[in-house]
Design a protein around this ligand. Structure first.
Ligand code: MG
Length: 394
């Protein structure tokens, strides 16, 4: 029996994880949840799963949840809050597996604490490896902690890597759907609306990651994550556009063999793989119908169309400070785009300028990472308002 802490339990990965727990009650039980801001969902999860500990984003939300639990007569659930609360959830002694799925740098501290406490990690939070990869991997190596990727591409690579030794890997290929603007004429990019960018062709996901897929910076983050997870230089982590999203990624070995992982586009599959590793439990509800497969297309990504992907490769090559800035600037730029303050191509322009203004430096602690993140966000906000001022005075 594995005992789980789920960081980000009310988000889409968190809910899919609970759905796996529902399907495999003799394998997985839930001990603690970090539920963020959604009190209704947190209350429902508390009544269904009766965890020992729940963390909310703020003291006020924790108070609201305590009130709801009390009036429903539910007892025995500790309610904590904030980043300290998420750390408590992640390091609860009876927990042996932590699903890290809090979106953003908010998940960093708790994930790092879980690694330091020796828990096995199912990793869905991108920032952990993009912004703090060196720190987290170093801590994991020191303690012999397994980091099992839940992101579908890295999960696929992890599966294919079992087909050979690390030294036999020539390169890996991360597949990308290409997003909704794969074939949109470049001249129309300035007029892309948030509503258009929020329609992803194959995956249903949160708002930021959907926009990040449309700009392909999401794939850029995944390149950085893959470099860290599989200890590969950026040149050995390639991206291929695969609109069907059926092959989740591929590993090319030195003898010319390429292994690909194919499955349904359902996050429950990589979650189950990570939870059950190194076993493979039977999952009839996740069967892929091979007879329905008629065509698999692969093509090179166009870096003029997707400048964010180019910027991510550049950041991967220049190091930690650039990777922190890439992520922070993107989050601010995506929010500005969704609020109609910058255009779709303005996202890449903002990030490029922030990267140009970011000095190289080494973050030696999670606090250093968080400080560099704050500085990059401030820089991005300034870049956006300076550009807006330049446009309105033009
Ligand atoms: Mg992915």
């Amino acid at each position: 029996m594995k005992t789980l802490a789920i960081l980000g339990s009310t988000g889409s990965i968190g809910q899919s994880t609970l759905s796996i727990c529902e399907s495999f009650p003799d394998r997985y039980q839930v001990a603690s949840l970090a539920a963020g801001r959604n009190v209704d969902a947190a209350f429902e999860q508390c009544s269904r799963w009766r965890p020992k500990l729940v963390s909310m984003a703020t003291e006020e939300l924790a108070g609201t949840l305590i009130g709801r639990l009390r009036s429903a007569g539910i007892t025995g659930i500790g309610v904590v809050y904030g980043s300290a609360g998420a750390v408590e959830v992640a390091t609860l002694p009876e927990v042996n597996f932590v699903v890290s799925a809090i979106v953003g740098v908010a998940g960093l501290e708790a994930t790092y604490a879980a690694v330091c406490a020796g828990k096995t990690i199912g990793l869905a939070n991108k920032e952990c490896l993009v912004a703090a990869g060196e720190l987290i991997l170093e801590a994991a190596r020191e303690r012999g902690v397994a980091l099992l990727p839940i992101d579908s591409e890295h999960n696929a690579v992890h599966q294919c890597m079992r087909g050979g030794k690390p030294s036999e890997v020539k390169q890996i290929w991360l597949t990308a759907s290409g997003g909704p603007f794969r074939n949109t004429p470049l001249r129309e990019f300035e007029n892309i609306t948030p509503a258009q960018a929020l329609k992803h062709p194959t995956w249903v996901m949160g708002q930021r990651i959907t926009i990040d897929s449309a700009t392909m910076i999401n794939k850029g983050f995944e390149v950085i994550e893959a470099c860290r997870l599989f200890d590969l230089p950026p040149a050995k982590v390639r991206v291929t556009i695969h609109p069907q999203s059926t092959v989740h990624s591929l590993v090319e070995f030195v003898d010319g063999s390429i292994l690909a992982q194919i499955s349904v586009t359902d996050m429950r599959l990589p979650i189950l793989y990570a939870l059950a590793y190194p076993e493979r439990p039977e999952a009839p509800h996740l069967t892929f119908d091979l007879s329905a497969l008629s065509q698999l297309d692969f093509s090179q990504p166009d870096l003029e169309r997707f400048p964010c992907l180019r910027l991510a490769y550049e950041a991967a090559g220049s190091g930690q400070a650039a990777c922190i800035a890439l992520n922070a600037a993107d989050e601010i730029a995506v929010a500005a785009f969704l609020e109609g303050r910058i255009t779709f191509p303005g996202i890449a322009r903002t990030i490029e300028q922030v990267l140009a203004e970011t000095p190289a430096c080494r973050a030696a602690s999670i606090q250093d990472v968080l400080n560099a993140d704050v500085a990059a966000r401030e820089c991005a906000r300034r870049v956006i308002s300076e550009r807006a001022a330049a446009v309105s005075s033009a």
